[in-house]
Ligand binder design. Structure first.
Ligand SMILES: Cc1ncc(C[n+]2csc(CCOP(=O)(O)OP(=O)(O)O)c2C)c(N)n1
Ligand SMILES: [Mg+2]
Length: 344
């Protein structure tokens, strides 16, 4: 297996089979995630949207994992911090902004929480804010694949370090191990669960050791290195698709911003602590790496950034111009059939 039970080295250009185009696509996803996330915070501060999530520091793990996801085959059951994963498997910035603006054209007609996307087209399961609630669903989807004899497909599900303290996490990991399910559990360990540090969550720092107790192989990967994350998640997905069973991949990353636009992290951690971790910021690190290794030159990086900003601006304007849902449609897209099913 490609992952080892200790953190891997810093960003290198061990390609793991990735072409230049794929490396640039990974960087573009990371830049888009950061730009869109920044847009969410700007729109919130302008009073145009009520809420946005923060995922700065998670770009590498998400863009790398998305590259290991096979579109049209695999199923993604993510959590609320997975903007980059959703973009990486094909969700458009416009769809993200429709969610943030809660417009009628949004997949849920503006009913879901902001940043809680879903797409049948992409195999993207809808997101729950309830910590760990997605995991029994993910395991159920993996069980369904196995039960119906669909080989060559797997489920990728994600969660934070805090989620591993929930009962659903333990039940899901155990069930997956018992039934040798085609699933990968990807933990985005950012050391915080809102204001609760990892040291107050667990008696030791490694989530993968919790899974080992249930018989799941796994290990740690440097969550600031997108190529290492691609390799680790890719190997685990391949194992799942070919009947080898579940794996837990723990990506060590860091949350640079407050939990959401509703949180102020200065109340529970020092700005100095956060600043010290910025040296590992995966976006400038990966950008630098691709320039140093001549995959891109400085002008090409600038053109990539310009393109990302233009697409974000265009998507913002188009989504903002869309209509709000009609109050009369309140119960649409809530139940599969009919209105007010409790009356029948
Ligand atoms: C069952 C449940 N309990 C509490 C919350 C409030 N809550 C929202 S996010 C969060 C922290 C989760 O931390 P973690 O799993 O590490 O993910 P992160 O947000 O750090 O990515 C909490 C406690 C919730 N949404 N659901
Ligand atoms: Mg966390």
């Amino acid at each position: 297996m490609a992952i080892k039970p200790e953190a891997q080295s810093k960003v290198s250009l061990e390609r793991h089979g990735l072409t230049d185009e794929q490396l640039v696509a990974i960087l573009r996803t990371m830049l888009m995630q950061r730009t869109l996330e920044n847009r969410g915070f700007q729109l919130n501060r302008q009073g145009k949207i009520p809420f946005a999530s923060a995922s700065e520091g998670h770009e590498a793990v998400q863009a790398g994992a998305a590259m290991a996801f096979e579109r049209g085959k695999d199923i993604l059951v993510p959590y609320y911090r997975d903007l980059g994963l959703a973009l990486g498997i094909g969700l458009t910035p416009y769809e993200v902004l429709l969610s943030l603006f809660a417009r009628a054209a949004d997949h849920s007609a503006g009913r879901q929480f902001p940043h809680h996307y879903a797409s049948r087209r992409l195999g993207l399961h809808t997101i729950s804010s309830i910590i760990a609630a997605q995991l029994p669903h993910a395991v159920g989807a993996a069980f369904a694949l196995q039960y119906s004899g669909e080989t060559g497909r797997a489920v990728l599900t994600t969660f934070g370090d805090g989620a591993t303290s929930e009962g659903e996490w333990h039940e899901s990991v155990n069930f997956a191990a018992v039934h040798t399910l085609p699933i990968v559990f990807l933990c985005e360990n950012n050391e915080w669960a809102i204001s609760t540090p990892l040291s107050k969550q667990m008696g030791q720092p490694d989530v993968f050791k919790r899974a080992e107790g249930y018989g799941l192989p796994g290990g740690v990967v440097d969550g600031m290195d997108p190529i290492a994350c691609y390799a680790a998640v890719g190997a685990a997905m391949q194992r799942a698709r070919s009947g080898g069973g579940p794996t837990l991949v723990e990506a060590k990353c860091y949350r640079f911003l407050s939990h959401t636009t509703d949180d102020d992290d200065r109340t529970y951690r020092s700005p100095d602590e956060v600043q010290a971790r910025r040296k590992d910021d995966p976006v400038p690190c990966f950008e630098r790496l691709l320039v140093e290794r001549a995959v891109l030159n400085a002008e090409q990086v600038e053109a990539l950034k310009r393109g990302v900003l233009e697409e974000t601006n265009d998507a913002t304007d188009r989504a903002e111009a869309m209509a709000y849902p009609d109050a009369a449609d309140l119960y649409e897209k809530v139940y599969a059939e009919g209105w007010e099913p409790w009356t029948v």
